[in-house]
Design a protein around this ligand. Structure first.
Ligand code: VG1
Ligand code: CO
Length: 544
């Protein structure tokens, strides 16, 4: 097999963000663009860590072409073994699992997650390390540095490979094995949950689930796990046909983009549990009959009821949440007498804590939860946690939420996103907020007054690495908070995220709608961040 050394030039801006490199797909479609970036990944790996790599993506538009290029590149670089998902498809948590199970040196995930797919839409590539975790910043920085000086890459002249499960190819020093996209992951789930208990409840009619695959990667996983193994009827598994453009939708499981599921769960036909997952299968939305469970509450409730989940029967040890995620988890951790870590946004920051065994459960307000079984957030797994809790407690999700709020207080939580900002204006907002403590301390809104304003800085307790500038926190005297940060996953203009959390300890006042409850605080946030005066925007683009 011929190996060609292709002369190339660096592309600007191949800098990984919160979760890998994300750009418009036409940027990735430029000649050399994918090859440059993947060669930069390979070059960042020490020579003895190129033995075995896993490759797969969420199946969006351009996934198939990019996979073929990556295989040529990995053969060209003499990687001994490559495991690739059938059709080039693997959900993000499934990649993480395969890396761990096969003791690979890492994996390449093709996805732009919840961002839309199709011509003119978004694409992405990220690298996960040998523990299955998104690469830490030291590695993404090394990759980025390589992209700035790259002048050649090595490509094998492979024919187009048919990626059917079970196929195996050998070229020069490389074996390529095509694996079933769902099997290993489904097996892992069966070791973590009591499938007999859940399926008995489903088959007896005492527990029902409606799942929306949003025409994204989890469709086949849901059919196998919820359908074949647990007995959920086909008509309750919606949009499980994976499509390259996600059916034209936005595969982001929240109240706005999973609206039909939301409406169904609020209506008279609702099932006990409603759930949806995103483009690459790492996010989840959880609803009970007539109740939306905010991701921060979902995380706190999983911690609270961890004894209903076989994976956690031996105890949680510790838990972690990203900084903007609500403090509901902290209160449960305190009650359980276990540690609760606060990390910057992005799953990569949980990797060390999980590897060291300091935490077993993690989550983010952005509809992401997972345990120590993989090193990614995991949508289907979260649904199985909720099915386990409901099957075990035999109480509705709505009732569990009410009980939780009575015991721990309710964190009324929501997020306001201001999209389409010019980058320099977004930066001005952040800069002036960072220096605003003197001006803001003591300012009142309703009964609360600002106690502290600071810029979040994280020092990793395991390796001591430091992440600066991870968002501005405005903390009130009753622990309520407003957090501001800029998105690191967008593909064009800047997005300002404003996270609102108000803690209501009085059970009489815990039944309101979180978005409405936070309206006044959202206006206050707009004002103190000078969003309107800097950008002209009086209202956020999205409220979730
Ligand atoms: C967003 C979320 C963050 C999440 C990231 C990747 O990042 O806020 O919590 O980890 O997306 O999720 P940002 O920088 O845009 O706020 V996914 O489902 O894209 O892998
Ligand atoms: Co995702």
């Amino acid at each position: 097999m011929d190996i060609q050394t292709v002369v190339t030039q660096p592309f600007e801006g191949q800098k990984p963000g919160t979760s890998g490199l994300r750009k418009k797909v036409d940027v990735f479609q430029q000649p050399h663009y994918v090859a440059n970036f993947v060669q930069a990944i390979v070059d960042a790996l020490p020579a003895d860590q190129r033995r075995r790599l896993v490759v797969g993506g969420d199946g969006r538009y351009f996934n198939a072409e990019a996979i073929q290029t990556i295989l040529k590149l990995l053969v060209g670089n003499g990687v001994a073994e490559v495991l690739v998902g059938a059709g080039g498809i693997l959900s993000t948590p499934a990649v993480s699992n395969l890396i761990r199970q096969s003791k690979a040196d890492g994996g390449i995930v093709l996805s732009a997650s919840h961002n839309p797919g199709g011509p003119g839409k978004d694409f992405g590539i990220k690298f996960n390390n040998a523990s299955g975790s998104p690469a830490p910043e030291s590695v993404t920085q090394a990759i980025y540095d390589n992209t700035k000086s790259i002048n050649e890459y090595r490509l094998a002249n492979l024919p187009e490979l048919e990626l059917t499960a079970g196929k195996e190819y050998s070229f020069n020093n490389t074996t390529i094995r095509v694996v079933d996209s769902v099997d290993d992951y489904a097996q892992l789930m069966q070791t973590l949950f009591d499938f007999d208990q859940i399926s008995a409840a489903i088959k007896s009619g005492s527990l029902s689930l409606c799942f929306d695959g949003m025409h994204a990667v989890t469709g086949p996983y849901a059919r196998k796990i919820f359908g074949d193994l647990l007995g959920v009827q086909k008509d309750l598994l919606w949009n499980c046909e994976a499509l390259t453009d996600f059916g034209g939708g936005h595969p982001d499981p929240n109240r706005v983009y999973a609206k039909s599921l939301y409406d169904f769960m609020m209506g008279s036909e609702a099932t006990d549990l409603g759930a949806a997952s995103d483009g690459d299968g790492d996010r989840n939305m959880i609803m009970g009959r007539g109740a939306f469970v905010s991701p921060s509450d979902s995380l706190a409730l999983i911690a609270q009821h961890h004894q209903s989940i076989p994976q956690f029967k031996s105890g949680l040890v510790g838990v972690a949440r990203s900084m903007p995620t609500s403090t509901a988890l902290d209160r449960v951790a305190q009650h359980l007498n276990i540690s609760c870590y606060e990390t910057p946004t992005g799953w990569k920051f949980f990797g060390n804590l999980l590897d060291e065994g300091l935490v077993r459960l993690c989550g983010e307000e952005s509809f992401g939860t997972s345990g120590d079984h993989v090193r990614e957030k995991d949508g289907v797994w979260t649904v199985l946690c909720w099915l386990s809790i409901l099957a075990d407690k035999k109480v509705s999700a709505r009732e569990l939420l009410a009980q939780h709020w009575t015991s721990f207080g309710r964190s009324y939580y929501c997020r306001h996103d201001y999209d389409g900002l010019e980058a320099d204006k977004a930066q001005t907002i952040m800069d002036q907020l960072a220096g605003s403590e003197g001006k803001l301390v003591g300012r009142r809104i309703g009964p609360m007054s600002v106690a502290e304003v600071n810029v979040f800085r994280y020092e990793d307790p395991v390796d001591g690495s430091v992440a600066e500038n991870q968002g501005v926190r405005v903390i009130f005297d009753d622990q309520s908070r407003v957090v501001f940060r800029l998105s690191g996953t967008g593909t064009d203009s800047a997005t300002l995220r404003v996270y609102l959390e108000q803690i209501e300890r009085d059970a009489k006042n815990q039944g309101a709608d979180a978005i409405e409850y936070n309206e006044a605080l959202g206006k206050f946030a707009n004002e103190i961040a000078q969003i309107q005066s800097i950008t002209g925007l009086t209202e956020p683009t999205v409220k979730t």
